[in-house]
Design a protein around this ligand. Structure first.
Ligand SMILES: Cc1ncc(C[n+]2csc(CCOP(=O)(O)OP(=O)(O)O)c2C)c(N)n1
Length: 254
C-alpha cells in the first residue's frame, strides 16, 4: 500500500516528535480512505490548531487549517454550502472539548454529516503538556504537578448524550478496528465521532513502546450500553439513522 500518493511530499518530514502516535492515526486514515473508496476529489479535510491539527498540512487532499477550537464551525459551513462533499475533521482533545467544546456539542445535536476524528492524547501537546478536559484524575501534567483534581469528560458518553449518531472509540494500538471504523464513519450519514486514544511520549515522558503496551493491555473491546461504558472500553457504541442537518435545511430551500 502506497501512502505517498496521499501525502504532500514537500511538507515532510512531519514536525511531530519521534514516537508520536499521530502518524499511526494518519496512516490509518489513509488506509480508510482507500477502503471506503470515496472520491478523493470530493473530500475535504479540516483541522484546528495543535499537534493533531497538522493533519491538514500532510494530507494531499483539499484541506483547510483553521483556528483552535473552530474546526467544526468551518466544516459546518463547508458541508452546508456543498452537501455533496465528504468533510472530515481532525481535532485534538483540547481543540474539540476545551476551546471547541461548544461547537462540538452543537454539531452532535444538529447531526450534520461530518466525520470528526478526535485524537485524545489526554493533554495539550503543542503548547507544553498542560491538563485538558480529558486528563484522568490524578494524572501529573505541566499544570497539575500534584495530580489532576478535575473529573475528565468521557468523549464517547458526551457525544452520545449530545446527539451524535455514530460514536466509536479505538486506540492507536487497535489500528485495524480503527481504520474500519473511520471508513464506516465516512460512509455514515450524520455526525460521526471517533475518539482515538493515543499518548504523548514527550510530555508524558514515556517510551512510545510503553504507551502502545498501555493501550494494548488497558483498552478492551466492548458493546456496553450507555450506562455501562467505561473510559477503557473501545468499540462502536452508537450507530443510528436520524434526519441529517443539511438535508433538512436544503429541503426547506429547494
Ligand atoms: C484561541 C487560541 N487559544 C489558545 C491557543 C494556544 N494553543 C495552541 S495548540 C493548543 C493546545 C492543543 O491541544 P490539543 O487540542 O489537545 O492538541 P494536541 O496538540 O495535543 O494534538 C493551545 C492551547 C491558540 N492557538 N488559539
Amino acid at each position: 500500500m502506497k501512502y505517498a500518493e496521499y501525502l504532500r511530499q514537500d511538507a515532510l518530514p512531519t514536525l511531530w516528535c519521534p514516537g508520536c502516535l499521530n502518524g499511526v492515526v494518519l496512516a490509518s486514515f489513509i488506509r480508510a480512505m482507500r477502503k471506503s473508496k470515496i472520491d478523493r476529489e470530493r473530500t475535504v479535510v479540516v483541522s484546528g490548531i495543535g499537534c493533531s491539527g497538522r493533519m491538514s498540512q500532510y494530507l494531499d487532499l483539499f484541506t483547510v487549517h483553521t483556528t483552535h477550537g473552530r474546526a467544526l464551525a468551518f466544516a459546518t459551513g463547508i458541508k452546508l454550502a456543498n452537501p455533496s462533499l465528504n468533510v472530515i475533521v481532525f481535532m485534538g482533545d483540547g481543540d474539540a472539548l476545551a476551546i471547541g467544546g461548544n461547537h462540538f456539542i452543537h454539531a452532535c445535536r444538529r447531526n450534520i454529516d461530518l466525520t470528526a476524528i478526535v485524537i485524545n492524547n489526554r493533554l495539550y501537546g503543542m503548547t507544553g503538556g498542560q491538563a485538558a478536559p480529558t486528563t484522568p484524575e490524578g494524572e501529573i501534567t505541566r499544570t497539575s504537578p500534584y495530580g489532576n483534581v478535575e473529573r475528565p469528560f468521557d468523549l464517547v458518553k458526551l457525544a452520545i448524550s449530545a446527539g451524535a449518531t455514530y460514536v466509536a472509540r479505538f486506540t492507536a494500538y487497535h489500528v485495524r478496528w480503527l481504520e474500519k471504523s473511520i471508513a464506516d464513519a465516512i460512509m455514515h450519514k450524520g455526525f460521526s465521532v471517533i475518539e482515538v486514544v493515543t499518548g504523548c511520549p514527550t510530555h508524558q515522558k514515556k517510551k512510545p513502546a510503553d504507551i502502545l503496551e498501555f493501550l494494548k493491555s488497558n483498552f478492551k473491546r466492548s458493546d456496553a450500553s450507555f450506562e455501562e461504558i467505561r473510559p477503557s472500553d473501545i468499540g462502536v457504541f452508537k450507530k443510528e439513522i436520524r434526519p441529517e442537518f443539511c438535508e433538512k435545511v436544503w429541503g426547506l430551500i429547494l
